[in-house]
Design a protein around this ligand. Structure first.
Ligand SMILES: [Zn+2]
Length: 641
């Protein structure tokens, strides 16, 4: 894993913020710039944008190097590199820019394979796939979509083949290909001991044959450069022969013997090929590499050794061969920006969930969130048929009505107001300018999101209102320096979960605000910025539909649990609690010290118990081994552990 020191991830925001350092902006100024520096800047922006697309979205902050300029645009090269990352030509679909004083902001929305047509699309954004194939007489770089279909086909093929360990499916195509490579006219030349300079070969380039001439100045470097892509192309198609030292009219030239020694050519080829990353879907236990053979053949002119011809015979590969690791990034508040390795990349690319795999699932379960139109980190969500759909759950728990701002749950609100005299005035002051939406109260939004509680917090209130971004208010009794930290961390986690668990694909950032009951200053400071970055108005919830979409994502965030079916299906899927289960879970642990839950087998008592234990841990800050769980059988005990 390689991390990028030049890209700094800032921690003090409720969103993923990447500082990309100083960059020159504006078409004219950029053109005047040294091309090397320009390229470095472009690389930084591309990496940051790709990482944010793959990690739920966020903001790139650029320090403008040319402060006197007022660029309306970033510059053609930067725009093109951003456009190359996304599936549509419309930059606005994923990026929005804004200049504020000497800072330039690029707001990045999460990647999602938009469901505008039915075909499934790659689940992550990549700058390059490093996968090649042969098409007629050329080597072609696969783009993300080609690679997605190629990998899916390979995966499906391996799945269909008999899975007998003694005869791995990989062997079947290999023996067949052996024959076809040997019946290829190139095979005879491949086996020759010597050849004649200027001789014309009796075959030309084809899907399985490629001619390259030596760059005789630096033969070894040239080989090292061309081999990865050609070997990947042949191995991913039907195999073939790479001739180095033949011109495109099939004439043998070779590399003059004075420029190179034949053994080193072989070594260079072997080294280059052994480095190629491979990925197996099959059960190839020894993690087989590409199988190939390199020959260096003497070429004579008028009876004297004149040059060398290098031929590499490449067998078709069972799975996928890359020219180098695929080019894609992710970002994490802890790890910073990092590259995906080949294994992670393929797993994310071909992750299509269990839809295709299991008929039983679609018979008994209803899909609530499918992978085909959700952000990269999402897991599919199913609920048992007959149970409430996420839309019903949202209507039940978080209903929004036009021209009405509601506080929910009402019982909690009246309880809090009766306990804290000034609370009602303080909160009403804050939200009186909003007319439509919901204020969702909780004793601790942190605990609801599986974070640790902060004791000084009286309550947290999440505002989902029209013409506003979501706002998280943390209400404290006394001023507290850590209050803002707590609020930011909670809002950050909420945003991440709305996108990466709840599958929300719109633009979103949860703003933060700390209020204090004892202080008189709240009202005056209410004008101060909720976030130091001024987000564009597209981050506001524009209408009821958008609010409902966000609230349905919130339902998944709050009610999801890992399905027992996950292990059986070999792929993680989530289920949802019912509204009744969620109500049990929402009871205050400080007030409700005893709780009897009666239910038939399979009605979800264990899940509730697990969720409550999680809550105990976060509310009372205790270690796992201080919680006692008693049950009647061993499998259940092992499962909980
Ligand atoms: Zn394989």
């Amino acid at each position: 894993m390689e991390t990028y020191l030049s890209l700094v991830v800032k921690r003090s925001y409720p969103d993923l913020i990447i500082y990309a350092g100083e960059v020159t902006l504006g078409e004219k100024v950029r053109n005047k710039k040294d091309s090397k520096k320009r390229k470095l800047e472009k690389t930084r922006i591309t990496q940051a944008a790709c990482a944010l697309l793959n990690s739920g979205g966020g903001v790139i902050v650029i320090q403008m190097a040319n402060q006197s300029e007022q660029p309306e645009r970033m510059g053609q090269d930067l725009e093109t590199s951003l456009r190359n990352l996304i599936p549509s030509l419309d930059l606005q679909a994923f990026f929005e820019t804004k200049q504020q004083e000497d800072k330039f902001y690029i707001f990045v929305k999460s990647w999602s394979s938009s469901p505008e047509d039915d075909s499934t699309k790659p689940r992550i954004c990549s700058l390059g796939t490093s996968l090649y194939c042969r098409s007629l007489t050329s080597k072609v770089a696969m783009d993300s979509r080609d690679a997605f279909y190629f990998l899916k086909k390979k995966k499906a093929y391996i799945k269909c083949s008999p899975t007998d360990d003694r005869a791995p499916p990989a062997k079947i195509p290999r023996t067949m290909s052996q024959k076809s490579l040997e019946s290829n006219p190139a095979f005879e030349i491949f086996q020759s001991k010597k050849l004649e300079y200027g001789q014309r070969l009796l075959f030309s380039e084809s899907t399985s044959i490629e001619f390259k001439q030596f760059d005789t100045e630096n033969a070894q470097k040239y080989m090292k450069d061309i081999i990865p892509e050609y070997i990947s192309a042949f191995a991913n198609t039907q195999g073939g022969y790479l001739f180095i030292g033949v011109d495109d009219k099939s004439i043998i030239l070779g590399c003059p013997k004075d420029n190179v020694d034949p053994d080193s050519l072989k070594i260079v080829a072997n080294e280059a090929i052994s480095k190629l990353p491979v990925f197996h879907f099959c059960s190839s236990k020894d993690k087989n590499k590409v199988s190939y053979e390199t020959r260096v053949i003497d070429v004579f002119q008028e009876g004297n050794l004149y040059s060398y011809l290098c031929v590499i015979k490449v067998e078709p590969f069972c799975c996928a061969v890359f020219s180098e690791a695929p080019i894609s990034w992710m970002v994490d508040k802890e790890k910073g920006v990092y590259t995906l390795n080949t294994e992670e990349w393929v797993r994310m690319m071909v992750d299509v969930g269990p839809e295709a795999a299991s008929n039983d699932l679609s018979r008994d379960f209803e899909c609530q969130l499918s992978l085909s139109d959700s952000p990269p980190h999402c897991r599919p969500v199913y609920s048992k048929k007959g149970l409430e759909h996420k839309v019903d759950l949202q209507q039940h728990l978080f209903q929004v009505s036009p021209d009405c701002l509601k506080y929910t749950p009402e019982s909690l609100w009246s309880e809090l107001c009766s306990q804290h005299e000034r609370l009602e005035d303080l909160v009403n002051q804050q939200i009186r300018s909003f007319s439509c939406g919901l204020l969702i109260l909780s004793r601790s939004w942190a605990v609801d999101l599986n974070l640790e509680e902060k004791q000084e917090v009286i309550c947290d209130a999440l505002l989902i209102a029209q013409n506003s971004p979501p706002i998280l208010y943390t209400i404290l009794g006394e001023q507290d320096e850590q209050g803002q930290d707590y609020c930011t961390r909670t809002a950050f986690t909420l945003k991440q979960k709305l996108v990466n668990t709840g599958g929300y694909t719109g633009r979103v950032c949860v703003m933060t605000k700390v209020l204090c009951l004892s202080s008189q200053n709240n009202i005056e400071t209410s004008g101060s910025s909720v976030s130091p970055i001024d987000y564009p108005s597209s981050y506001n919830l524009a209408n009821i539909q958008e609010m409902q979409d966000l609230l349905q994502a919130l339902v998944i965030v709050l009610l999801n649990f890992r399905s027992f079916l996950s292990d059986q299906l070999g792929c993680e899927i989530l289920n949802l609690l019912t509204a009744q289960q969620y109500e049990i879970l929402s009871k205050s642990l400080r007030k409700t010290r005893e709780l009897f839950v009666h239910g038939l087998p399979g009605s979800g008592k264990t899940i509730i118990a697990m969720k409550i234990m999680e809550k105990i841990r976060n509310t009372f800050h205790c270690e796992t081994d201080r919680i006692l769980y008693i049950c009647e059988n061993q499998p259940l005990r092992d499962f909980i552990q």
